[in-house]
Design a protein around this ligand. Structure first.
Ligand SMILES: Nc1ncnc2c1ncn2[C@@H]1O[C@H](COP(=O)(O)OP(=O)(O)OP(=O)(O)O)[C@@H](O)[C@H]1O
Ligand SMILES: [Mg+2]
Length: 746
């Protein structure tokens, strides 16, 4: 058999095991997924009907890849294998069985947004505090109940379950759960968790249906078994109960979804459920160099709760792991982008050979900016590009409206967010009135009382007053001051801050990250115009230059470590190797959490085939302030003999934060050519700015960067005064007096 020769002895033994339960718990890159793939191909080549094979993967992408590879071995028949994620396979089954459990055949699947909107409505109808019963929080509770197969009835009747769920804090969750389920049912809809929950209901209440699928799925296989939840575990156990032909593969060292209900316990349950179980050991890693494999081993050794595994490789020693220290998150991005560029050019890699992995989505900003500046195409997997995220667009919409109240798209986006009682009908009316009476939309908004009557009119006018206040502040402040003020006083930050779920926190962090970006912008000595409109223009250009996600051609892959599971890349960068970032601050409270975090690091390291880079910054903007950062404890856990240390431009010296700030400023590259000024002027060492309160047209001035010039016009609006100056070398410039350093000569 041709394809069997492409396997080592243990892999082949596992593939040839075609009857009875088997488990492969083995290290990363040892060929677990390959064994499943070849086992399926082998079964089919032995005459097994592909329709009798069920293979469950963690992502649709993984399923597609597996099918593709099987196709290469056995041809078109591969199309008939039941293969996909739990959700995709069982929603397909429910399509034909839904009527048995009271749902229409053509039931709808609610996505997360639908679910949240529904919950929001229910909370409103029940007159509950929507700050306490945030849709995210409530949905999280309902989801976790469903994944443990806790029905509404059980939830409502079981004090222990309620106590576990901290019901004292939110006593109405059970009631919301009930109404939510009733509404979904009435609407003929299932949410994501229902797909698994209802499959369990189907198999429990309808033995005939269970029996039918037990007969269809004569062979059941599960990849990434360590990350299944209870609901998924039970489905596979039931399906395999008759034939007992079930093979699961996984790696306890890569279990990283406990926070979503995944349970390593399922591995132990598996051993208990099938005493006749055959266990196969795979110890040889085929993916990575010796240095990478040894480094990964030295890290995971620090976990107490770990099955001992000896992973080795016959691959080349490979280069040492590069640890790169940067002075700031921006420099970190720059170093990563430059390294990618140089490696690609020097070693003939394609951009496809590079992946940048991070702990939290917010970290993509600095990376994205650096890659764009170097014109390197990239693609973000499983997560929106930073500027496409809803919360970022919301804040930017406020800023746009602040700068230009006629910006109708921005207005539509935020007129009722956060909620201020301006309904959709009213919003429509504003636009209709503007059209009918030939007024600017913003004029209608400002005079809404007159146009729309008192009650709703007042709400709209209040909104317009707020925006005008922002505009007034924008006249005298730099972009960061305004943005900070707007984030706070628009109610946006408050709204996000109320939401304490992981997702909610991420959104809050994203807003902070945008503010950090603006702060860096105004702190940048190269940016002469610090105003909000200048900033908005700057990022609008960045967004325009965005590389399209589904562009043809090669691109660097950016993603969180969580979404990198099972994948491999020739060159991997793990960025943000800092305390409180990775390990995450939220995971430092217990050994169990820290060990999950360490498994995540293990997953990240083991994605790399040839080269691994670990980067960290000694300072990072957080909450609008430049903070000193400490390198991650995980770096110290790697045996130093596998590491080569490298430093960013000015990093070697150490010193205090102030030193580093100064250093980092002097190291900044000129960000965009159009910001550069062709002036040969060098300011005298004793340059001292004058008091400009009496500056007037006709006066001669000196500027530390633009040199000598003559004031042609003064322009005062509110408290903000601008001077239009004709400089001898660089031409006309408009400078905000509160920022410009000018020495008056006449
Ligand atoms: N016997 C072999 N000969 C050659 N290459 C192999 C062999 N076994 C596995 N590989 C290759 O090694 C790499 C890792 O294999 P695979 O992805 O199946 O590992 P895995 O155990 O599933 O890893 P992970 O734990 O990350 O999911 C793949 O590129 C695979 O093709
Ligand atoms: Mg795998």
């Amino acid at each position: 058999m041709d394809h069997l020769s492409l396997l080592n002895e243990s892999q082949r033994a596992a593939v040839l095991h075609t009857e009875g339960p088997a488990m492969i718990i083995a290290g990363a890159g040892s060929g677990k997924t390959r064994v499943l793939t070849y086992r399926i191909a082998h079964l089919i080549s032995q005459g097994v009907d592909p329709f009798n094979i069920l293979a469950l993967t963690f992502t649709n992408k993984a399923a597609k890849e597996m099918r593709h590879r099987i196709e290469k071995v056995i041809g078109n028949e591969a199309k008939n294998i039941w293969m996909g994620t739990f959700h995709s396979v069982f929603s397909r089954i429910l399509r034909s069985e839904a009527e048995k459990i009271g749902y229409p055949k053509s039931f709808t699947i609610y996505d997360t947004d639908d679910s949240k909107t529904l919950i929001r409505n229910i909370v409103k109808e029940m007159n509950l505090d929507d700050k306490l019963y945030k849709p995210n929080v409530v949905l999280g509770r309902i989801s976790s109940a469903k994944n443990k197969l806790i029905s509404v009835k059980q939830y409502l009747n079981d004090a222990v379950i309620q106590a576990d769920d901290d019901a004292a804090m939110r006593p109405k969750i059970g009631k919301i759960y009930e109404t939510y389920q009733n509404r979904c049912f009435r609407a003929g809809a299932m949410d994501f968790d229902d797909l698994l929950f209802n499959t369990n209901v189907l198999f429990k209440d309808h033995p005939d249906a269970l029996n039918k699928y037990q007969n269809i799925f004569k062979f059941v296989m599960v990849d990434e078994y360590q990350d299944t939840n209870y609901s998924q575990y039970l489905i596979t156990r039931k399906l395999a109960a008759q034939n007992r032909n079930i093979v699961v593969v996984g790696d306890d060292a890569q279990s990283i979804y406990a926070f979503r209900g995944a349970d390593i316990q399922n591995i132990l349950n598996f051993e208990r459920d099938y005493p006749e179980l055959q266990v196969f050991k795979l110890e040889q890693n085929y993916r990575s160099t010796k240095n990478i494999v040894h480094a990964a081993n030295s890290v995971i050794k620090n976990n107490q709760a770990q099955l001992r595994k000896d992973v080795f490789t016959d691959n080349e020693q490979g280069p040492l792991i590069e640890v790169i220290k940067a002075n700031s998150d921006n420099e970190e991005g720059k170093l990563v982008a430059t390294t990618i560029f140089e490696e690609k050019m020097g070693n003939h890699f394609s951009y496809d050979d590079f992946a940048i992995l991070y702990r939290t989505n917010a970290q993509s900003r600095a990376m994205e900016e650096a890659l764009r500046r170097m014109n390197i195409k990239y693609k973000i997997i499983g997560g929106l590009s930073f500027y496409q995220r809803k919360e970022i667009k919301d804040l930017i919409a406020y800023l746009r409206l602040t700068v230009n109240p006629n910006d109708e798209q921005a207005l539509r986006r935020i007129i009722n967010y956060p909620k201020r009682g301006i309904g959709e009908t009213t919003e429509q009316k504003i636009f209709v009135i503007a059209n009918d009476t030939n007024h600017a939309v913003w004029e209608v908004v400002m005079n809404a009382g007159e146009f729309l009557g008192n009650r709703v009119g007042t709400a709209i006018e209040k909104f317009s007053i707020m925006i005008r206040d922002f505009a007034r502040i924008a006249e005298n402040s730099d972009a960061f001051e305004v943005a900070k003020h707007v984030a706070k006083h628009s109610g946006l930050v408050d709204d996000l801050y109320q939401d304490k779920t992981v997702e909610g926190l991420a959104r809050y962090e994203n807003i902070q990250e945008l503010l950090n970006g603006i702060k860096e912008y105004v702190d940048d000595p190269e940016k002469e115009d610090k105003s909000l409109s200048a900033f908005l223009q700057d990022i609008a250009l960045i967004t325009d230059a965005d590389t399209k996600a589904d562009d043809d051609g090669e691109f660097v892959t950016l993603m969180t470590i969580h979404s990198a599971k099972g994948l491999e890349f020739k060159n991997v960068f793990i960025v943000g190797m800092e305390e409180n970032l990775f390990p995450s601050q939220m995971m430092l409270n217990s050994r169990a959490d820290l060990e999950e975090e360490r498994r995540l690091f293990y997953v990240a390291i083991t994605r790399a085939e040839k080269r691994l880079y670990l980067t960290y910054a000694t300072s990072r903007y957080q909450w609008g302030n430049l903070r000193a950062c400490e390198k991650s404890r995980f770096l110290d856990e790697i045996d130093p003999k596998y590491i080569n240390f490298k430093y960013g431009d000015g990093g070697a010296s150490g010193g205090n934060v102030l030193d580093r700030v100064l250093q980092r400023k002097s190291n900044l590259v000129a960000p965009a050519p159009r910001m550069q000024v062709a002036s040969n002027y060098t300011p005298p060492a004793d340059f001292k700015a004058s008091d400009t309160s009496s500056l007037a047209a006709g006066m001669k001035v000196e500027h530390p960067k633009f040199g000598f010039g003559t004031v042609t016009k003064m322009d005062t609006q509110g408290n903000s005064t601008k001077a239009i100056i004709n400089f001898e070398e660089v031409g006309e410039k408009t400078l905000l007096l509160s920022f410009a350093k000018l020495k008056i000569h006449a």
